[in-house]
Design a protein around this ligand. Structure first.
Ligand code: F0G
Length: 348
């Protein structure tokens, strides 16, 4: 479908006739049935492939609306703090809209693909000493003092646009699923899904709310611990966040849906990445694979109900962080350019 979120779900979004119809054809991402991962559980499992969005992550759903509304309000430019994906998305939509973009990044902790995108789209990138939580404070200050629009998820239009993924899942399955597992960093996306599912139920478009299971990396799990983490650490750099801005909304989402927060280790995340790739042909970035790790953990505890229907939200493309699999995969075999040498390797 050659439309984006504003065109597809405009009637559900806070737009007016004066809102520019910005679009990079975001949304309408595939909901793929997983047939091999966890098949022994007897659950009907789907992956929402958010890495198929234009900049390779779910951020595009909310960014298109945030930038369109900023344009409507006559903005000079946009600014954000980011662990990588928000910066790539903000830079892309700012480029498409013809406005300036600045991104504040935790130095040395942004996956290469994401940094490369932000630079390619022409953003002014500033790497700071300190983590995402510190960068967000500076982004707020930049917005206030330079008169540009903050497009982190504290911008309400971001979460509005991100609701659209929940709507697509319900549209595709003809109802909400029984459960949905989603990675949690700054805690905006899980809140947006909850609001999206609530809206569909209230308006009679679905009959239930899925149990929302929010997953964090063990070294960056403030929602699981119930308190901020001063020095968050995980190789899933997208969710390397210690003090989530939307913590209250996320807690409400989990309580309302009878869900839970849980933590998985970096090793479990990498194992899950390998399984998703080798069993299903899906390459997702580490933060996204935390969902599969959580699913496998719950399945191992016998907690995935047979016959239940659930969705893993794979928030970002594996190509964002091409170095991650190098932690556990062997180097390719290199041989001279002769058929004999190649045949010898292939027949091993
Ligand atoms: N998955 C990916 C791939 C992400 O990039 C993020 C957040 C999340 C999950 C968590 O979503 O913050 O709404 O709970 N990335 C932000 C960024 C922080 O700057 O790109 P959340």
């Amino acid at each position: 479908m050659l439309t984006g979120i504003i065109q597809k779900y405009g009637e559900f979004l806070p737009i007016s006739s004066g809102t520019p119809r910005l679009s990079l054809c975001e949304g309408s991402t595939p909901l793929v049935r997983l047939r091999r991962l966890g098949e022994e559980t007897g659950a009907e499992i789907y992956a929402k492939i958010e890495g198929a969005n234009p900049t390779g992550s779910f951020k595009d759903r909310g960014m298109v609306l945030a930038v369109a509304k900023a344009l409507e309000e006559g903005t000079k430019g946009v600014v954000c703090a980011s662990t990588g994906n928000t910066s790539a998305s903000a830079a892309a939509y700012a480029a498409a809209a013809g406005i300036r973009c600045a991104v504040l990044l935790p130095k040395g902790k942004v996956a290469l693909g994401k940094l490369s995108q932000a630079l390619a789209f022409g953003a002014k990138a500033v790497c700071i000493e300190g983590n995402f939580d510190a960068a967000l404070q500076f982004a707020r200050q930049a917005a206030a003092e330079l008169g540009v629009t903050l497009v982190n998820s504290v911008n309400p239009y971001r979460l509005w646009g991100q609701r659209s993924s929940a709507w697509e899942i319900c549209d595709d399955l003809s109802d909400a699923p029984d459960w949905l597992i989603i990675p949690v960093g700054n805690a905006g996306n899980i809140s947006a899904y909850c609001a999206g599912f609530e809206f569909y139920k209230e308006t009679g478009r679905s009959t239930r709310l899925p149990r929302l299971i929010g997953v964090q990396a063990e070294g960056a799990a403030p929602m699981v611990r119930g308190a901020p983490v001063s020095f968050p650490e995980t190789l899933a750099t997208a969710i390397r966040i210690g003090n989530p801005v939307s913590a209250d909304k996320a807690r409400r989402a989990v309580e309302l849906t009878n869900g839970q927060f849980m933590a998985v280790t970096d090793q479990e995340i990498l194992d899950a990445q390998r399984k998703l790739a080798c069993l299903e042909g899906i390459f997702a970035e580490p933060a996204s694979c935390a969902t599969a790790a959580a699913f496998l953990k719950l399945a191992g505890l016998g907690k995935m109900q047979k016959g239940s229907r659930g969705v893993l939200v794979l928030t970002g493309n594996g190509l964002k962080d091409p170095e991650a699999p190098m932690h556990y995969l062997p180097e390719p075999v290199c041989v001279p350019g002769s058929w004999d040498a190649i045949r010898e390797v292939l027949s091993r």
